[in-house]
Write a protein that binds this ligand. Structure first.
Ligand code: 5GP
Length: 178
């Protein structure tokens, strides 16, 4: 599909499935180089990360604990700037190496909130891997250490990312028609 309509908005294809999968495989390779044999916990930020993590894990062959957190700052196509902590982390991460897995870093406010939350838990180290990153929207303190795609400051859907609840099932990533 070269375009989709979700609710009241039109979206055009931006990143195709094959390109996404290739970038994720490369990211898994980089994480393996750095974390194989270490006491590492991957923390996925729900809801948007579920497809990204699922595909990433297909290429991770070392022992790693995976946990999930649910944070939300979006309503419709804009960040509210206010983060709600909807589902808290339930594993002991004190003294361990943490890799945060994000679907997208936009303003960076969610990541700043999460970094504080994790630092308060006295982890040994934190790195962030994000599938998508919008450098032009970024206004946070922590940039992701690993990024699969830098993208323009436009709203995207698909591959786990939604527009008001819909679009997560799309295998490609679509950009809002401007
Ligand atoms: P931030 O706090 O960095 O502004 O936003 C982080 C969260 O906002 C992401 O985890 C994601 O849920 C949502 N978000 C940011 N940009 C987009 C976008 O372009 N599309 C969708 N669907 N969600 C986005």
């Amino acid at each position: 599909m070269s375009s989709v309509t979700i609710h009241d908005k039109d979206f055009v294809i931006y990143l195709e499935e094959e390109k996404i999968q290739k970038a994720i495989e490369e990211l898994a390779y980089q994480l393996t180089q750095k974390y194989e044999g270490k006491d590492v916990v991957f923390i996925g930020v729900l809801n948007g990360c579920f497809r990204f993590i699922s595909d990433l894990m297909k290429h991770i062959e070392f022992d790693v604990e995976v946990n999930f957190l649910k944070l939300s700052s979006y309503r419709g196509t804009a960040s509210t700037g206010k983060i709600s902590d909807l589902l808290s982390l339930n594993s002991d991460i004190k003294g361990r190496q943490v890799v945060v897995l994000e679907d997208i870093v936009d303003t960076g406010h969610t990541l700043d909130y999460l970094m504080k939350l994790l630092k308060d838990k006295e982890v040994a180290s934190i790195e962030v891997a994000s599938l998508l990153y919008k450098p032009d929207a970024f206004a946070g303190k922590t940039k992701p250490n690993y990024v699969a795609f830098n993208i323009p400051n436009l709203f995207v859907v698909g591959y786990g990312l939604d527009y008001d609840g819909l679009g997560r099932n799309l295998n490609d990533i679509y950009q809002i028609r401007s």
